[in-house]
Design a binder for this molecule. Structure first.
Ligand SMILES: [Ca+2]
Ligand SMILES: [Ca+2]
Ligand SMILES: [Ca+2]
Length: 222
């Protein structure tokens, strides 16, 4: 899957008149999806903050995130040559560090690989899943249930999902014309539907904006 560069995407989404209001996530009535996005951001930040830049994952930070937060998704994360290999495939700009969006692209690949069988797997087994895995499960599950057995979300499904699940993290979700415009911005292959990849691009964009706004708030209070 390919993530659009955030600037390009934010221009496309802003053209849809949807303004982000990520600070609202501190309210208590967040939806399961918004709580999941918040968890993904805070878990990423917890690991990114261990060494070097607070905003990016080094190879060591990635390895510790994989072993403690994604044990059911990734195998052999204790083997550092496996992590080296993964790092070089995910680190698109080759700076030796993973930004949130680079990391999110990897999550998108994991999530689409696990796809349908994941749902059944989680429901039938009692093994422990981490906070991050549970957040990914929520994000994937919302897409699957909104798509009602189809491969992608049509206009109505997408609108309902945005209104029910993303009303606190985004402004103007009540306006169906604003949601329609945003959908047009997301619809990279222009088939009039939102695919799983296109949906993951939106969630990555929201999470990244939330992450940046948290950083700003922290800098302001320090
Ligand atoms: Ca770091
Ligand atoms: Ca990088
Ligand atoms: Ca599409």
């Amino acid at each position: 899957m390919r993530l659009s560069c955030p600037r390009e995407l934010s221009q496309r989404l802003c053209a849809g008149a949807l303004l982000l209001t990520p600070c609202l996530l501190s309210l208590s009535n967040v939806s399961p999806m918004e709580a999941a996005i918040n968890t993904l951001v805070s878990q990423f930040k917890a690991f990114a903050g261990k060494e070097g830049s607070n905003h990016t994952l080094s190879k060591n930070e990635l390895q510790s995130l994989l072993t403690s937060q994604l044990p059911n998704y990734t195998k052999n994360a204790s083997d550092s040559s496996v992590v080296d290999q993964l790092m070089s495939s995910v680190d698109k700009n080759n700076d030796g560090e993973l930004s949130f969006l680079e990391f999110w692209q990897f999550i998108g690949q994991l999530a689409s690989t696990h796809g349908g069988r994941e749902k059944q797997h989680y429901e039938t087994s009692a093994y422990r899943i981490s906070k991050m895995e549970s957040a990914i499960k929520t994000v994937v599950g919302q897409f699957v249930s909104s798509a009602r057995g189809k491969e992608s979300l049509n206009k109505d499904n997408f609108q309902k999902l945005v209104q029910r699940q993303l009303g606190n993290i985004m402004a103007d979700t009540d306006s169906s014309s604003a949601v329609k415009d945003m959908m047009r911005g997301l619809d990279e292959n222009q088939d009039g539907k939102v695919s799983f990849q296109e949906y993951m691009t939106l969630i990555g964009y929201l999470a990244n904006s939330l992450s940046e706004s948290k950083t700003k708030t922290q800098t302001a209070t320090n």
